[in-house]
Design a protein around this ligand. Structure first.
Ligand SMILES: [Fe+2]
Length: 187
Protein backbone atom coordinates (compact mmCIF):
# COMPACT_ATOMS: atom_id res chain seq x y z
CA UNK A 1 0.00 0.00 0.00
CA UNK A 2 1.33 3.44 -0.92
CA UNK A 3 1.49 5.99 1.86
CA UNK A 4 -0.90 8.93 1.49
CA UNK A 5 1.22 11.98 0.54
CA UNK A 6 -1.50 14.39 1.69
CA UNK A 7 0.38 17.25 3.38
CA UNK A 8 -0.41 19.72 6.13
CA UNK A 9 -0.22 22.48 3.54
CA UNK A 10 -2.86 20.79 1.34
CA UNK A 11 -4.96 20.07 4.42
CA UNK A 12 -4.88 23.74 5.46
CA UNK A 13 -5.93 24.84 1.97
CA UNK A 14 -8.86 22.40 2.03
CA UNK A 15 -9.75 23.40 5.59
CA UNK A 16 -9.83 27.13 4.82
CA UNK A 17 -12.14 26.40 1.88
CA UNK A 18 -14.41 24.22 4.03
CA UNK A 19 -14.64 26.98 6.66
CA UNK A 20 -15.43 29.59 4.01
CA UNK A 21 -18.17 27.45 2.46
CA UNK A 22 -19.84 25.91 5.53
CA UNK A 23 -23.16 27.58 6.37
CA UNK A 24 -22.91 26.58 10.02
CA UNK A 25 -20.72 24.76 12.53
CA UNK A 26 -22.62 21.47 12.28
CA UNK A 27 -22.10 21.31 8.52
CA UNK A 28 -18.45 22.27 8.94
CA UNK A 29 -17.82 19.44 11.40
CA UNK A 30 -19.40 16.88 9.03
CA UNK A 31 -17.12 18.13 6.23
CA UNK A 32 -13.98 18.33 8.33
CA UNK A 33 -14.23 14.90 10.02
CA UNK A 34 -12.97 12.82 7.05
CA UNK A 35 -10.36 15.44 6.19
CA UNK A 36 -8.88 15.22 9.68
CA UNK A 37 -8.93 11.44 9.57
CA UNK A 38 -7.04 11.48 6.27
CA UNK A 39 -4.30 13.87 7.40
CA UNK A 40 -4.00 12.14 10.77
CA UNK A 41 -3.24 8.83 9.05
CA UNK A 42 -0.93 10.36 6.40
CA UNK A 43 2.77 9.92 7.05
CA UNK A 44 3.76 13.30 5.58
CA UNK A 45 3.76 15.38 8.77
CA UNK A 46 4.86 12.82 11.36
CA UNK A 47 8.14 13.12 13.21
CA UNK A 48 9.56 11.25 16.23
CA UNK A 49 9.75 14.55 18.17
CA UNK A 50 5.95 14.59 18.33
CA UNK A 51 6.19 11.89 21.01
CA UNK A 52 7.92 14.30 23.39
CA UNK A 53 5.63 15.50 26.15
CA UNK A 54 5.75 17.96 29.01
CA UNK A 55 6.08 16.02 32.28
CA UNK A 56 4.36 18.67 34.35
CA UNK A 57 1.46 19.11 31.96
CA UNK A 58 1.13 15.40 31.23
CA UNK A 59 1.02 15.89 27.47
CA UNK A 60 2.96 17.61 24.69
CA UNK A 61 1.39 20.11 22.26
CA UNK A 62 3.36 20.22 18.99
CA UNK A 63 2.07 23.11 16.91
CA UNK A 64 1.76 22.21 13.22
CA UNK A 65 -0.05 25.40 12.22
CA UNK A 66 -1.26 28.58 13.86
CA UNK A 67 -3.11 31.00 11.58
CA UNK A 68 -1.68 34.57 11.85
CA UNK A 69 -4.91 35.76 13.48
CA UNK A 70 -5.10 32.52 15.51
CA UNK A 71 -8.37 31.58 13.77
CA UNK A 72 -7.14 28.08 13.02
CA UNK A 73 -4.91 25.89 15.19
CA UNK A 74 -3.48 22.50 14.30
CA UNK A 75 -1.36 20.41 16.65
CA UNK A 76 -0.04 16.91 17.20
CA UNK A 77 -0.58 16.12 20.87
CA UNK A 78 1.26 13.33 22.68
CA UNK A 79 -0.08 11.93 25.95
CA UNK A 80 2.10 10.38 28.63
CA UNK A 81 1.01 6.96 29.96
CA UNK A 82 -1.53 7.29 32.76
CA UNK A 83 -1.87 11.03 32.21
CA UNK A 84 -4.36 13.25 30.45
CA UNK A 85 -6.23 16.54 30.41
CA UNK A 86 -8.88 17.45 32.98
CA UNK A 87 -12.44 18.16 31.86
CA UNK A 88 -12.33 21.21 29.61
CA UNK A 89 -14.02 23.03 26.78
CA UNK A 90 -12.24 24.66 23.83
CA UNK A 91 -14.07 27.96 23.25
CA UNK A 92 -14.34 26.85 19.60
CA UNK A 93 -15.03 23.71 17.56
CA UNK A 94 -12.58 20.82 17.67
CA UNK A 95 -11.94 17.75 15.52
CA UNK A 96 -9.50 15.16 16.86
CA UNK A 97 -8.27 11.93 15.27
CA UNK A 98 -6.24 9.11 16.80
CA UNK A 99 -2.79 8.57 15.30
CA UNK A 100 -1.06 6.10 17.58
CA UNK A 101 -2.55 4.42 20.62
CA UNK A 102 -5.88 4.63 22.42
CA UNK A 103 -7.08 7.74 24.27
CA UNK A 104 -10.17 7.70 26.45
CA UNK A 105 -12.53 10.63 26.01
CA UNK A 106 -15.01 11.27 28.81
CA UNK A 107 -17.83 13.63 27.82
CA UNK A 108 -19.72 15.97 30.12
CA UNK A 109 -22.50 18.48 29.98
CA UNK A 110 -22.72 21.55 32.14
CA UNK A 111 -25.81 21.62 34.36
CA UNK A 112 -25.49 24.87 36.36
CA UNK A 113 -26.82 28.24 35.18
CA UNK A 114 -23.29 29.70 34.69
CA UNK A 115 -24.13 32.64 36.94
CA UNK A 116 -21.30 32.10 39.47
CA UNK A 117 -17.75 32.85 38.30
CA UNK A 118 -15.40 29.95 39.04
CA UNK A 119 -18.29 27.58 39.73
CA UNK A 120 -19.51 24.82 37.41
CA UNK A 121 -21.58 21.68 37.78
CA UNK A 122 -20.90 18.90 35.27
CA UNK A 123 -22.70 15.68 34.50
CA UNK A 124 -20.93 12.83 32.74
CA UNK A 125 -22.72 11.92 29.51
CA UNK A 126 -20.51 9.24 27.97
CA UNK A 127 -17.14 7.78 27.11
CA UNK A 128 -15.36 6.83 23.92
CA UNK A 129 -11.99 5.18 23.56
CA UNK A 130 -10.43 6.70 20.46
CA UNK A 131 -8.02 4.45 18.59
CA UNK A 132 -6.03 4.93 15.41
CA UNK A 133 -8.19 6.67 12.80
CA UNK A 134 -11.12 7.26 15.17
CA UNK A 135 -12.44 10.82 15.06
CA UNK A 136 -14.09 12.94 17.74
CA UNK A 137 -15.84 16.13 16.53
CA UNK A 138 -16.83 18.60 19.23
CA UNK A 139 -18.92 21.72 18.69
CA UNK A 140 -17.97 24.87 20.58
CA UNK A 141 -19.07 24.48 24.19
CA UNK A 142 -18.63 20.69 24.30
CA UNK A 143 -16.75 19.45 27.37
CA UNK A 144 -14.48 16.42 27.54
CA UNK A 145 -11.56 14.98 29.46
CA UNK A 146 -8.80 12.91 27.83
CA UNK A 147 -6.86 10.07 29.46
CA UNK A 148 -4.15 7.81 28.12
CA UNK A 149 -4.77 4.56 29.98
CA UNK A 150 -2.28 2.62 27.87
CA UNK A 151 1.24 1.87 29.01
CA UNK A 152 2.98 4.03 26.41
CA UNK A 153 2.88 7.51 24.87
CA UNK A 154 -0.11 8.01 22.56
CA UNK A 155 -0.42 10.54 19.75
CA UNK A 156 -3.41 12.30 18.22
CA UNK A 157 -4.05 14.98 15.61
CA UNK A 158 -6.03 18.03 16.72
CA UNK A 159 -7.72 20.79 14.74
CA UNK A 160 -9.41 23.76 16.41
CA UNK A 161 -11.31 26.76 15.09
CA UNK A 162 -9.12 29.02 17.18
CA UNK A 163 -5.78 28.79 18.98
CA UNK A 164 -6.80 27.50 22.39
CA UNK A 165 -4.73 30.07 24.27
CA UNK A 166 -6.64 32.82 22.43
CA UNK A 167 -10.06 31.27 23.04
CA UNK A 168 -12.25 31.92 26.04
CA UNK A 169 -12.26 28.46 27.56
CA UNK A 170 -12.05 26.68 30.90
CA UNK A 171 -10.95 23.55 32.69
CA UNK A 172 -13.28 21.99 35.21
CA UNK A 173 -13.11 19.91 38.36
CA UNK A 174 -16.40 17.98 38.37
CA UNK A 175 -15.92 16.78 41.99
CA UNK A 176 -15.17 20.18 43.50
CA UNK A 177 -17.45 22.01 41.03
CA UNK A 178 -14.84 24.55 40.00
CA UNK A 179 -13.97 26.22 36.69
CA UNK A 180 -10.78 28.09 35.86
CA UNK A 181 -8.81 29.13 32.76
CA UNK A 182 -6.98 26.38 30.87
CA UNK A 183 -3.77 27.57 29.23
CA UNK A 184 -1.67 25.15 27.19
CA UNK A 185 2.07 24.93 27.19
CA UNK A 186 3.14 24.32 23.60
CA UNK A 187 6.42 22.93 22.30
FE1 LIG B 1 -9.92 18.86 24.33
Amino acid sequence: MTADAFTISQFITDLRQAIAEAPDEKTLLVTVRPMVKRIALAESWRHPRHYQADEEQGFGVHVLHDEPDHSLFIAAISWLPGRGAPAHDHGTWAVIAGVDGPEKNTFYERTDDRSRPGYAELRKTGEKVCGVGDVVALPAGAIHAVTNESGRVSLSFHVYGRHLNYADRSQYDPQNKTAKPFILKTQ
